[in-house]
Design a binder for this molecule. Structure first.
Ligand code: NDP
Length: 284
């Protein structure tokens, strides 16, 4: 006779397409390291099946999960509740099941904040954020909640930049300005953190340059990138050559996983185990 349970606890990632997303590798490495009999499944969900997929998630007792493009906004009507951050960001990338309710959270910005806080304090910092897409929106909200002093948004498309700046100024009055991005952007003399949250540099476009005036990097700047693959982007290589401190996008991804696992299991995962699992994948 055996008293062993053959029923693993389940988490999932919903996306479309999703096959190239390596989140499963780092989350399952953390589950194993914690000695948990939990699985994290990468599941392709077509947009027209999202509602049924969330029904299935409930019916099969999934404990939590992530959702990625194109579901981050579309999933909201199928959930029971949003965290304040998810509400402010207007998108969900993390779902937790709690007493038969599904709660939508957004860990994109929190993952970034946690990794940057390991090197510097956000309070009163003057931050320049390149990009105005989903990642920028999440990072901006969390940085403003963490009391950065001023945020300058810089985006190629003026309409998208304006829409984000207006949204942020409604939530955090007078703390955000928008600058246009024509040609190489000169980093402002009073900027302390410069963050690339555009998709420039993501594999396979690894040699694409973030258009920033090369001579305007200063050694006292902290330069951050959201691109997880490859972690050492051309942008960070330029910043390193200029003597800046840098932060890569792998830390943001790993910390999102740590936050997700805490939400689902209540346990503190080991970020080093997770980062090593991802690094193995990216070096395959
Ligand atoms: P979006 O498509 O929502 O936004 C893309 C942004 O990049 C827009 O601001 C767009 O500007 C800008 N952009 C793209 N190409 C160029 C270019 N050639 N010149 C200037 N601007 C450009 O994407 P997301 O915000 O969702 O994601 C952005 C990146 O963040 C992705 O590469 C993703 O991998 C990464 N990411 C990393 C995470 C992590 O954990 N490390 C988590 C989430 C995302 P415009 O408005 O003008 O088009």
């Amino acid at each position: 006779p055996t008293t062993r349970s053959f029923q693993s606890e389940l988490c999932s990632l919903f996306g479309y397409p999703v096959a190239e997303n390596p989140t499963q590798v780092m989350i399952e490495a953390a589950f194993r390291d914690l000695g948990l009999d939990w699985r994290y499944l990468t599941i392709e969900v077509q947009p027209n099946h999202l509602e049924n997929a969330v029904r299935g998630f409930r019916a099969m007792g999934f404990r939590g999960g992530n959702c990625t493009l194109p579901h981050k906004v579309a999933v909201i009507p199928f959930l029971d509740e949003l965290t304040p951050a998810a509400r402010d960001i207007g998108a969900v990338n993390c779902i937790m099941a709690h007493e038969n309710r599904l709660i939508g959270e957004n860990t994109d910005g929190k993952g970034f904040l946690q990794s940057v806080q390991a090197i510097d304090t956000p309070t009163d910092k003057r931050v320049t954020l390149l990009g105005a897409g989903g990642a920028a929106r999440a990072i901006a909200v969390e940085l403003l909640r963490a009391r950065v002093g001023h945020l300058t948004l810089v985006n190629r498309s003026v309409e998208r930049g304006q829409a984000l700046a207006e949204h942020l100024n409604r939530l955090f009055p007078n703390r955000v300005t928008l600058e246009s991005w024509n040609g190489d952007y000169p980093i402002p003399a009073d900027c302390q953190w410069l963050i690339n949250s555009t998709s420039i540099g993501l594999f396979p476009n690894v040699s694409e340059r973030v258009p920033v005036v090369r001579d305007s990097f200063r050694p006292d700047l902290l330069v951050c990138d959201v691109i997880p693959n490859p972690p050492m982007t051309a942008f960070l290589t330029e910043a390193t050559a200029a003597g800046c401190r840098t932060l890569d996008g792998l830390g943001m991804l790993v910390n999102q996983g740590v936050i997700g696992i805490k939400c689902w299991t209540g346990r503190d995962a080991n970020p080093e185990v997770m980062r090593a699992a991802l690094e193995r994948v990216f070096s395959e």
